[in-house]
Design a protein around this ligand. Structure first.
Ligand code: ADP
Length: 243
């Protein structure tokens, strides 16, 4: 479903990703863990070319892109395979919740407005916001804004949803509502890659865990393998700080 081969990324002389290989099967929920600065967000952003990898190959749902020499149309097609949920929500401030979800359907996918509206309402219902269709982001809590962000990602019907620390901007009392929405969509079999610091959540929801440090995948495995019997010292040290 998704295959990354030797993904590298440098900012100037700083090599942030040092050759990442990753395979994700359909329906898998993959959590990426690791210390701050280890390259987790950069990796996620490379998957849909928000950052252009310096080298390597990305394959999603049958579309393969050679990162060194991608054509514009390759990038365009690859981007459509995934949808991103951002740490800071990234909603349009001057659009309502409903308009935020509809935007991609109408503008990018050229779906007729009435159909886009119906689909968007159903998705906002799914994330528990049927009463907030006409609210602007400033009238919503952080948790509600992030749930709009999740509905917007789902609306694009992507092969994979990429979530970049989806709860890290939230007040602690709002984290639970967002995690429970993510848990619910994970149960529906949607493929997801989540960068998170929520260890209990990762352990509970992920089918596969990746531990990154200093631009490499140090260790990966099932939640049980990684949390109960980590093989690498770096993984053990990291987990010790959280558990
Ligand atoms: P993580 O998500 O694991 O905290 P990041 O991927 O955000 O790590 O960052 C990894 C490293 O890349 C950090 O040292 C960060 O400063 C650097 N970095 C990230 N984005 C940029 C950028 N746009 N320009 C320069 N350096 C960046």
């Amino acid at each position: 479903m998704i295959q990354l081969k030797q993904i590298k990324k440098s900012f100037g002389r700083h090599q942030v990703l040092k050759g990442i290989d990753l395979q994700v099967e359909k329906g898998q929920v993959v959590a990426i863990l690791g210390p701050s600065g280890s390259g987790k967000t950069t990796l996620l952003r490379c998957i849909n070319f928000l950052e252009r990898p310096s080298d390597g190959e990305i394959e999603i749902g049958g579309i393969t892109v050679q990162c060194k020499r991608p054509s514009k149309s390759d990038i365009h097609t690859l981007r459509k395979q995934s949808a991103m949920v951002f740490q800071q929500y990234n909603l349009f401030r001057h659009k309502t919740a409903l308009e935020n979800v509809m935007e991609g359907l109408v503008v990018v996918q050229k779906i007729p407005k009435e159909e886009a509206r119906e689909r968007s309402i159903a998705l906002l219902k799914k994330v528990g916001l049927e009463n907030k269709l006409d609210a602007y982001p400033s009238q919503l809590s952080g948790g509600q804004q992030q749930r709009v962000g999740i509905a917007r990602a789902l609306a694009l019907n992507p092969k994979v949803i990429l979530l970049d620390e989806p709860t890290s901007s939230l007040d602690p009392e709002l984290v639970g509502e967002v995690l429970s929405v993510i848990r619910k969509i994970a149960k529906e079999g949607i493929t997801m890659i989540i960068v998170t610091h929520e260890m209990a959540f990762a352990q509970d929801v992920a089918s596969h865990i990746i531990f990154m440090d200093d631009g490499v995948v140090v260790e990966q495995g099932s939640p049980v393998e990684l949390f109960n019997s980590p093989k690498e010292e770096r993984t053990r040290q990291f987990l010790k700080r959280y558990t």
